[in-house]
Design a protein around this ligand. Structure first.
Ligand SMILES: [Fe+2]
Length: 378
């Protein structure tokens, strides 16, 4: 069996940071040792060694496949380009978000999402990819086509998470109509009158279909063991509804009250790493750092910028009030557990040897090397 030794590292273990060595045999971590046991191998010279990051929600693939409104790139090449940035950001397991239920703000079609799912599957099987990829279905329950698209995906074994989203203006992410206007004006260049019309149309449509769709998708997901996530919960009523539907992951709660209610009920609370790096939410909602300080944040996600995940981890982890073990758990063990991937997510004997060698000399960390199941992929 091939053996790799990474020695003289600053190891982030689940409960402590130690100076030590890791011995990899086959694809797993065989030995975790304090320094000085005479292992010979690659010398990390005191750099950090952390578990490979686990990303539950990134929409970064879409931009590679549709880089311009009417351009569709070769889907396998798009997946590879996306994977390269994911892996060099220290992410070894990723759930790629595909849209189910399409908004008017995208020119993408349901067929495009199936094309991407096919390209992910094919690329993974043929060994083209550095990270391990799964699928997260972002289900916009206010969209009329959401059930048909969900049904077409629901038996795909690569689907591990489905999030129940509702971006109807006047609630959740867009409680403020000004935030909705700013978001859509930025995207589509609509006039004020066109925006007013869109707001009325969206609200009418959601009134008719959102509850029925939410219920149906929750039922189908639960029957197939797909993890359910709530999205942009703002009120305790939203959280109660999510719990009723069997949700175990609360994505991007927009208020302290919703985060506290979710965390208190045993749901894992996920927030965007860009929100940590920027110090605020792009929609004007709660700052993730506030939830870290209140002990309410369980999982970080890179959302739209892959490198933000490791960047945010070191920003909060090197802050003594948080510490590296807790920060690392938010991007490895906690998301792995949410996705049912208990074979990874920690530097511990018997876990998968998904590891990242990180050098830090100022506020932006440098990813020096990445190993997935013991094989160097970056
Ligand atoms: Fe949202």
């Amino acid at each position: 069996m091939t053996e790799t030794v990474l020695r003289n590292a600053r190891l982030v273990l689940p409960d402590e940071v130690i100076a030590g060595d890791v011995v990899i045999r086959g694809g797993d971590i065989a030995i975790v040792d304090e320094r000085g046991h005479g292992h010979s191998g690659f010398d990390l010279e005191g750099d950090w060694l952390i578990p490979g990051l686990v990303e539950l929600h990134t929409d970064h693939l879409e931009g590679h496949y549709a880089p311009r409104p009417r351009v569709r790139w070769d889907p396998v090449a798009a997946v590879q380009a996306h994977d390269a940035q994911i892996a060099t950001s220290g992410i070894t397991t990723v759930l790629d978000a595909l849209r189910v239920g399409l908004d008017d703000d995208t020119k993408l079609e349901p067929g495009d999402m199936q094309t991407l799912a096919g390209a992910i599957e094919d690329s993974q099987r043929r060994g083209r990819l550095r990270a391990e990829h799964f699928i997260h279905l972002r289900c916009e329950v206010s969209a009329p086509d959401v059930l048909d698209s969900f049904t077409a995906f629901v038996d795909n074994p690569r689907v591990r998470v489905a999030s129940l989203m509702d971006h109807t203006p006047g609630q959740r992410q867009f409680t403020s109509l000004d935030a909705f206007r700013a978001y859509y004006q930025g995207k589509g260049g609509l006039s004020d009158a066109e925006l007013d019309e869109l707001i009325v149309k969206r609200r009418e449509r959601a009134e008719q279909v959102a509850d029925v769709n939410r219920q149906a998708i929750a039922g189908m997901a639960q029957a197939r063991g797909i993890v359910l996530a709530s999205h942009d919960d703002a009120t305790e009523a939203h959280v109660a509804e999510a719990i009723d539907h069997g949700v175990t992951l609360a994505e991007f709660p927009t208020t302290h009250a919703a985060a506290a209610a979710s965390h208190g009920a045993g749901l894992k609370v996920l927030m965007g790493a860009p929100n940590i790096v920027r110090g605020k939410s792009h929609s004007g909602n709660i700052a993730a750092r506030e939830l870290v300080d209140a002990g309410l944040l369980d999982v970080l996600s890179s959302d739209y910028f892959p490198f933000s995940l490791i960047h945010a981890t070191f920003l909060i982890g090197l802050d003594e009030t948080v510490g590296m073990p807790r920060a690392i758990a938010m991007v490895s063990a906690n998301p792995a557990a949410v996705a049912g991937l208990d074979d990874r997510g920690a530097i511990a004997e018997g876990k998968r040897a998904d590891l990242v060698h990180v050098h830090v000399h100022d506020h932006v960390p440098v990813v020096r090397a990445v190993y997935r199941q013991g094989r160097r992929v970056v």
